[in-house]
Design a protein around this ligand. Structure first.
Ligand SMILES: NC(=O)c1ccc[n+]([C@@H]2O[C@H](COP(=O)([O-])OP(=O)(O)OC[C@H]3O[C@@H](n4cnc5c(N)ncnc54)[C@H](OP(=O)(O)O)[C@@H]3O)[C@@H](O)[C@H]2O)c1
Length: 293
């Protein structure tokens, strides 16, 4: 039995579909079971509740041998520590007495960056907590997700502009959520791995935001430009959409660390282990952005 968290999320729903395709028994824990498509719900065991809470987690882990773990890092959490580390506390406490042998978790690039990096720092602390339980663990350390662009569908469609607090000519690794889900599902289905390790997941090539705008222009057939926003404007934008003050601070720290080289330093240090996932930004635009626009 494999327990899958966030089955309604972008990554979790893809992991669920791929694991079901391999014929394994699946259980999910989620807050609102009515969000699951009927044809999926009929094929799985469903536990209602948040995966931050001990009772649904105990029920979810009962008889499970593997877990897909994704701490959502809710923007309304008091801080990144609250949204990742404390969110995962009940799960980590329940793991040792459970029969779970393998956990695959969603994490972020940045190990070894010795400065505050907000969400990344909290994510890596969560990995350490899970790894210390003695379970076999793979942390899928994602570069920035290509799919983040979809958060700006409105401005891309209406004004042909997208924004980030990042210099337009800074090349950074990016990865598609669908590739992350493929790797997670593969690890959950074939559990021939052991120990605790990180798998840095980066797409086929690093991208600047200016190059992303050029590719979007070609794929969408209309001019798209990138505009760097200041850190203050970024923080104001996050606050305006209801992000808690602590999470605004932690998002900002993460973006600053990325600008200062966290992702590229990490990617260089572990280049021999780096997983270059297949989907290019152009393919992602064709498959995901163009239909969404
Ligand atoms: N964005 C990036 O560039 C980046 C980079 C590295 C790593 N990551 C990581 O990628 C993950 C994001 O995954 P995603 O894109 O699949 O997320 P997503 O599509 O936003 O889905 C979020 C999922 O979490 C659930 N959820 C949200 N708040 C919850 C709560 N308080 N209690 C229980 N469940 C809750 C949602 O369930 P409901 O249906 O109930 O709302 C949904 O299933 C995060 O762990 C993030 O740190 C992101």
């Amino acid at each position: 039995m494999i327990l899958i968290t966030t089955p309604t999320g972008d990554i979790g729903s893809r992991v669920l579909k791929r694991v079901l395709d391999t014929g394994q028994n699946v259980r999910v824990v989620l807050r609102d079971p009515t969000k699951l498509p009927d044809e999926v719900r009929q094929r799985i065991e469903v536990i209602e509740g948040s995966h931050a809470d001990r009772t649904p987690i105990d029920r979810g882990l009962d008889g499970a041998s593997a877990v897909f773990w994704l701490p959502p890092g809710s923007p309304t959490a008091a801080s990144a520590r609250e949204g990742y580390v404390e969110f995962s506390r009940a799960f980590v406490e329940a793991l040792p007495a459970s029969g779970v042998s393998h956990v695959v978790g969603i994490s972020a690039l940045g190990r070894g960056w010795h400065h505050p990096a907000g969400l990344v720092t909290a994510t890596l602390e969560t990995d350490d907590m899970i790894g210390a339980t003695g379970v076999n663990y793979r942390a899928l350390c994602c570069a920035s997700l290509m799919d983040n662009v979809l958060r700006q569908l409105g401005t891309i469609r209406d004004s042909g502009t997208f924004y980030a607090p990042t210099p337009g000519d800074l090349a950074l690794p990016v990865v598609a959520k669908s590739d992350v889900a493929d790797v997670a599902a593969g690890l959950l289905a074939g559990r021939d791995w052991s120990g605790v390790d990180e798998m840095p997941l980066c797409g086929p090539g690093d991208m600047t935001h200016d190059a992303m705008a050029e590719i979007m222009t070609e794929v969408l057939g209309k001019p798209i430009r990138f505009e760097q926003m200041s850190a203050d404007a970024f923080e104001g934008m996050l606050a305006a959409i209801g992000t808690s003050p602590g999470m605004v601070r932690d998002y900002s720290a993460m973006m600053r660390a990325k600008n200062e080289g966290m992702d590229t330093t990490y990617a260089t240090e572990v280049s021999q282990r780096q997983w270059r996932t297949p989907t290019t930004f152009r393919q992602w635009c064709e498959r995901e952005l163009k239909p969404a626009i």
